[in-house]
Design a protein around this ligand. Structure first.
Ligand code: AVI
Length: 323
């Protein structure tokens, strides 16, 4: 495997300033919020890996089973693929499973993530497939996609993979915008492989997002630990509890951090000083769940048509081609 880096490495002053500004803005909104992308510092990423091993959180396991069984069928529906782009590669294991069934030469894999640690982990996992050329993009999905769109080899097809139901962490307007950015980076006949978690009974969803071992609670509360460490905050982490709720009309599981008492919190790096009422919460994540019927219209709005759909135990893998 050959590996190139594109973009800065390591957390930059710019990303610290963006974090400080986002905390100042979102924490003073009504309702108070913190963007879920900040859940993934080093400890948060490890806690998320642990979540994926919990018996109650099945997304990663089911998707792995779908990829192992159907990766060959995915490639058989495409023209020879020369470029693969993964948005948010995580541990890299999903892509290894997919690419093990892909072409064994002439493929460049682009990894796009805002976390340098995730890029390094994913690139190490891909070393298991030494015939791949790997390029890491330390960038937002949109910036990475447009850089790849400008620079990619025009011969052969491109496949963008967006797995793990990561799309579920975008609200509907954000989802449409992101899928359009994917479409804009692609040419005719290129494709997208999308993993989405489907609506299931509320009791199952709540166990997945409020597990009996408290790992998801730790993942959520670690966001306050991160704010304290990186932005000189004084959140009393013990005074905030994890809550997961199924918002059926919006078709999403929400994670919140609920203040156990009336308390004052200062975040000096964001120049904010706020008072929480007892029971007031910070909304930290939305995980949208889809119905099978939602998928084709959602992809169609962005300029894709569905060419393959595989599903198992409440999870779907959809292959779509550009129109
Ligand atoms: C990464 N993302 C798709 C996960 C999800 O299911 O929304 C993050 C997560 N949050 C709580 N558990 C897992």
């Amino acid at each position: 495997m050959s590996m190139r880096h594109s973009g800065a490495s390591g957390p930059s002053e710019a990303s610290r300033t963006a974090f400080a500004d986002d905390v100042a803005y979102y924490l003073t909104q009504n309702p108070r919020q913190l963007p879920s992308r900040y859940l993934y510092d080093e400890l948060g990423s490890s806690l998320f890996d642990a979540i994926c091993r919990l018996p109650w959180y099945r997304i990663a396991r089911i998707e792995h089973s779908l990829l192992s069984r159907h990766a060959g069928a995915v490639f058989s529906r495409l023209q020879p693929v020369a470029t693969v782009v993964e948005l948010g590669p995580g541990s890299g294991e999903k892509l290894v499973t997919l690419m093990a069934a892909g072409p064994d030469r002439g493929v460049t894999v682009h990894l796009v993530d805002v976390s340098p640690a995730a890029l390094d982990t994913a690139a190490s996992a891909l070393a298991a497939l030494p015939w791949l050329t790997v390029v890491a993009h330390h960038a937002t999905y949109e910036a990475g996609l447009s850089a790849i769109g400008r620079s990619r080899d025009a011969t052969g097809q491109a496949l963008v993979v967006f797995l793990g139901s990561n799309i579920g962490n975008f609200d509907p307007p954000g989802t449409d915008a992101l899928l359009r950015s994917v479409r804009a980076a692609l040419g005719r006949g290129d494709a997208l492989l999308l993993g989405t978690d489907l609506v299931k009974p509320e009791s199952e969803l709540l166990l997945a997002y409020d597990d009996p071992l408290g790992v998801t609670a730790a993942f959520n509360r670690n966001l306050l630990v991160r704010v304290n460490r990186e932005l000189d905050g004084d959140f009393d982490v013990n005074q905030f509890s994890h809550r997961a709720v199924w918002n059926a009309p919006a078709s999403r599981v929400e994670m919140h951090l609920v203040s156990q008492t009336r308390q004052r919190v200062q975040v000096r790096g964001s120049r904010i000083d706020i008072t929480f009422d007892a029971g007031e919460s910070v909304w930290t994540e939305s995980s949208y769940k889809y119905r099978l019927d939602d998928l084709a219209p959602m992809l169609d709005r962005a300029g894709f048509r569905v060419t393959g759909l595989w599903q198992e135990s409440g999870f779907a893998l959809t292959l779509a081609e550009t129109r």
